[in-house]
Write a protein that binds this ligand. Structure first.
Ligand code: ADP
Ligand code: MG
Ligand code: ZN
Length: 614
């Protein structure tokens, strides 16, 4: 349906309208009520004698006469009143003259004709649209793919136009998919030796990491058609529709083998049936249909099923059984090199300044997905256009990264003088602590310009390099830096504000993880208490332990966070003049860059710790 052109449809509709107009102008008047001319009774008798009548209909009070001679488009009748002569006399006369007669008069505009006239245009329209649909679907699929009525949501592409070149990084995933491509191209090579390739592979990873893109790239590399269906679209009103759709999908796929069948967001149908609260008939039927289709078809035909999900833990075990999606390919968030590569892929189509440094952008965006990075490039291009530039420079890129990560600057938020002071002290508190502590990432930017995300200001730190392991000291320093905002408020104003809510949330989360997941507390030591429920999506954790333990975990978490807060307060008190001076500068300038910050610190002779980091 996607590829249907719009113009031919318009032409068909114009033809349909013309036909309807013609029917109304020419055909319908012909069929309209007959013309009835009143005549006298003696004229009627005359007509009988002259043999001009072909038929007569008789009623209680009227006689309708159909003359032999008809001219004009409308049917002509004569009508006369029925005089008070005996019935038999008239009948005799008619019989004598050999004229057909009938009782009673039948009105010509019969129900049938009436219906016909009124529904003919509609019939024509239906016929026309059937014709349009047939020729359109023929054109779309080159006559091969047959789009029936329940397949409205299957997307078929002859060529996806994507290749592995479009997918940056993800080398591990690509390596595993190369075999599938080879299989699609030379199925005999595998069947000759008796090797069975997996029927399906499951792409697992957080949203926006390129799962859909990879699936398309596999089809593109193998040069086979791509059939796809999204799990979320299966959530149907009517039981059975999803199952029918799955059946159609596989029917089409087998007819077009070799090809790729892609089921996006498979968790929407493949949710585990065991722990569902109440049952969902529709989903269950769809899942069962999918399972039986997967079992039913012969993989040597060259149909490979790919599916994607970011919630592998909810999938029904039956789906993961051998012979179904037994191969699992992790598509994780990109690391530093991956992010750089993705930025470059998307920068291909954009005019960039020669000396833009993707490294800085990549380093400032840990945790960003491929989709986020694509967004950054696009946002940067838009900014360049807005600034009337011909090329995108580093400035736009950095601004774009900030917008994607922190939200747009919000000029409409007007802080009072006092609030602005508090925010300045808060942010300098974070920044100064990250400079004072050893195990922290350097400050890249400090700003107190409010953002649409609701942040009144923020301090951006950029790691020197990608971190795969984090030590206990680093975690503690991180919590201390997070506590720095609140600590600064306390040191300067003596009272806390609501501005630290997000810092508190993050600090608590990290501290709790130290206790329950990383075995970094004195109280519990090397013990797992909780684990992440979803490795890819949220930070949600779950564990089962006694209430006593829960209380101790809370206690331990509290202790860690508050120790860090106290440390932050002490450090800032110690450097109160620097805190005051930098806060004043930030208050006036509103933004301090990383380089400026280092310069300012040097003037205050606090460059010792910083150099150790670098
Ligand atoms: P997912 O299906 O994993 O949620 P998508 O495949 O829909 O993610 O990716 C969204 C967009 O992000 C893609 O269209 C692509 O432009 C971009 N993208 C994601 N990962 C990559 C990557 N590794 N290389 C290049 N672009 C990527
Ligand atoms: Mg997707
Ligand atoms: Zn803060």
């Amino acid at each position: 349906m996607k590829k249907m052109k719009r113009t031919p449809i318009l032409i068909y509709y114009i033809i349909a309208v013309v036909v309807i107009v013609l029917i109304n102008a020419v055909l319908i008047p012909k069929l309209r009520e007959p013309e009835i001319v009143k005549i006298e009774y003696n004229e009627f008798i005359e007509m009988i004698q002259e043999g001009k009548i072909s038929k007569v209909e008789i009623d209680e009070r009227r006689i309708r006469i159909e003359p032999k001679e008809q001219k004009g488009v409308r049917k002509l009748y004569y009508e006369t009143g029925r005089p008070n002569i005996s019935h038999d006399a008239l009948i005799d006369l008619l019989l004598e003259s050999d004229i057909d007669f009938k009782f009673p008069i039948q009105e010509e505009t019969s129900m049938l004709l009436y219906l016909f006239i009124n529904f003919l245009p509609i019939l024509v329209l239906i016929g026309a649209s059937y014709f349009i649909f047939r020729s359109a679907s023929k054109r779309m699929g080159g006559g091969v793919m047959n789009f029936g009525k329940s397949t409205g949501k299957i997307y078929a592409e002859r060529e996806t136009g994507k290749t592995f070149d479009d997918v940056a990084g993800q080398d591990e995933a690509k390596r595993l998919l190369v075999e599938i491509i080879d299989f699609l191209n030379n199925p005999e090579k595998y069947s000759k030796i008796g090797a069975k390739l997996p029927k399906g592979a499951l792409l697992v990873g957080p949203p926006g990491t390129g799962k859909t893109l990879l699936a398309k790239a596999v089809a593109g590399e193998a040069k086979v058609p791509f059939f796809s269906l999204s799990g979320s679209e299966f959530v149907e009103m009517f039981v059975g529709v999803g199952a029918a759709r799955v059946r159609d999908l596989f029917k089409q796929a087998v007819a077009n083998a070799p090809c790729i069948v892609f089921i996006d967001e498979i968790d929407a149908i493949g949710k585990s049936r065991d722990n569902a609260i109440g049952s969902n008939d529709e989903r269950e039927q769809t899942l069962n249909q999918l399972l039986s289709e997967m079992d039913g078809f012969d993989s040597s035909k060259g149909v490979v099923i790919l599916a994607a999900t970011n919630r592998p833990e909810v999938l029904d075990k039956a789906l993961l059984r051998p012979g179904r999606f037994d191969r699992r390919i992790t598509v994780d968030l990109p690391d530093l090199e991956g992010r750089k590569a993705i930025l470059k892929v998307h920068a291909r189509g954009v005019k960039m300044d020669e000396n833009v440094d993707f490294d800085v952008i990549a380093r400032s965006t840990p945790g960003a997905s491929g989709a986020d990075l694509e967004n950054i490039i696009n946002e940067a291009a838009l900014r360049a256009v807005r600034a009337n530039k011909n090329i995108v420079t580093q400035k736009e890129l950095e601004e774009a990264a900030e917008v994607i990560l922190a939200g747009e600057e919000k000029k409409s938020t007007v802080l009072s003088e006092k609030e602005k002071w508090i925010v300045a002290y808060h942010e300098i508190g974070h920044a100064l602590l990250s400079a004072l502590l050893k195990n922290t990432a350097p400050v890249h930017k400090i700003t107190i310009i409010p953002r649409t995300s609701g942040a009144l200001g923020y301090t951006m730190q950029i790691e020197e390099q990608e971190k795969y392991l984090i030590t206990k000291e680093e975690i503690l320093d991180r919590i201390t830096v997070l506590a720095g905002g609140r600590a600064s408020e306390l040191v300067q104003f003596g009272s806390p504000t609501t501005g630290a809510a997000n810092d508190i949330e993050r600090a608590t989360h990290i501290a709790r993880a130290m206790v329950t997941m990383y075995g970094m507390s004195d109280e519990f030591g090397f013990v797992k208490l909780e684990k992440k429920t979803n490795p890819f999506l949220s930070d949600e954790v779950a564990g089962s332990y006694s209430e006593e333990t829960a209380a101790k975990v809370d206690e331990e978490t509290r202790r860690i966070v508050n120790t860090c807060l106290n440390k932050a307060i002490e450090l800032l008190k110690d450097k109160k003049e620097v805190l005051d001076k930098l806060s004043r500068i930030l208050f006036e300038k509103e933004t301090i860059t990383g380089t400026e910050f280092i310069e300012l610190l040097k003037q205050e002779n606090i460059n010792v710790e910083l150099e150790e980091v670098q």
